[in-house]
Design a protein around this ligand. Structure first.
Ligand code: ZN
Length: 179
């Protein structure tokens, strides 16, 4: 048992050993760094995925629903699709800090299908999802892209409702998007 020092302030860790304030500060910094690295490990990154490698059926359906909804919503500027996929851990070091790598979620989040910037001209779509989910995502995001003064929650409900409507219309009548 080491002699108890009489200067500085002290606290006890779980094992009951003593740390001076300075040691404690460095422990805290270390813990924060560890927490950061754990969060980084838990973060799901989405990296750009070459359009040419996307399942052609999905790409085709996506293009058609994009055109259909853009017209229907009266969006006057061109909107393009950016295909993304979850980045594997093996790509992580390579991809860090490069463009075309997009942060998004944690495993505890709801499953991500896509995102877009309000009034933007790009929709980010996770490519390896069910074709209906991909189409629904594009309709949903296009509704967001269009100017909308609603509160955030109402906007979300509005986008979901619009996407559901589009999908049910297309399911009833595929010729709406030329099938
Ligand atoms: Zn949304």
């Amino acid at each position: 048992m080491p002699a108890v020092e009489t200067h500085g302030f002290y606290t006890e860790n779980s094992e009951g050993s003593r740390f001076s304030g300075y040691q404690l500060a460095s422990e805290i910094r270390e813990t924060l760094a560890k927490t950061e690295s754990i969060l980084e490990d838990l973060t799901i990154w989405y990296a750009e995925f070459q359009a040419s490698r996307v399942d052609p059926l999905i790409r085709e359906a996506a293009g058609r629903v994009l055109e259909y909804c853009t017209k229907q919503l009266g969006i006057s500027w061109p909107v393009s699709l950016v295909w993304v996929e979850e980045e594997g851990p093996e790509d992580r070091e390579l991809a860090k800090g490069t463009e075309g790598r997009f942060w998004n979620s944690y495993p505890s989040d709801v499953k991500l299908f896509g995102w877009a910037q309000y009034m933007g001209d790009k929709i980010y779509v996770v490519h390896d999802r069910d074709v209906w989910d991909v189409m629904r995502t594009i309709a949903h995001e296009l509704k967001h892209i269009r100017k909308n003064e609603m509160e955030k929650e109402a906007r979300e409900a509005d986008a979901f409702a619009y996407a559901d409507q589009v999908i049910s219309d297309i399911q009833r009548n595929p010729s709406l998007i030329g099938y």
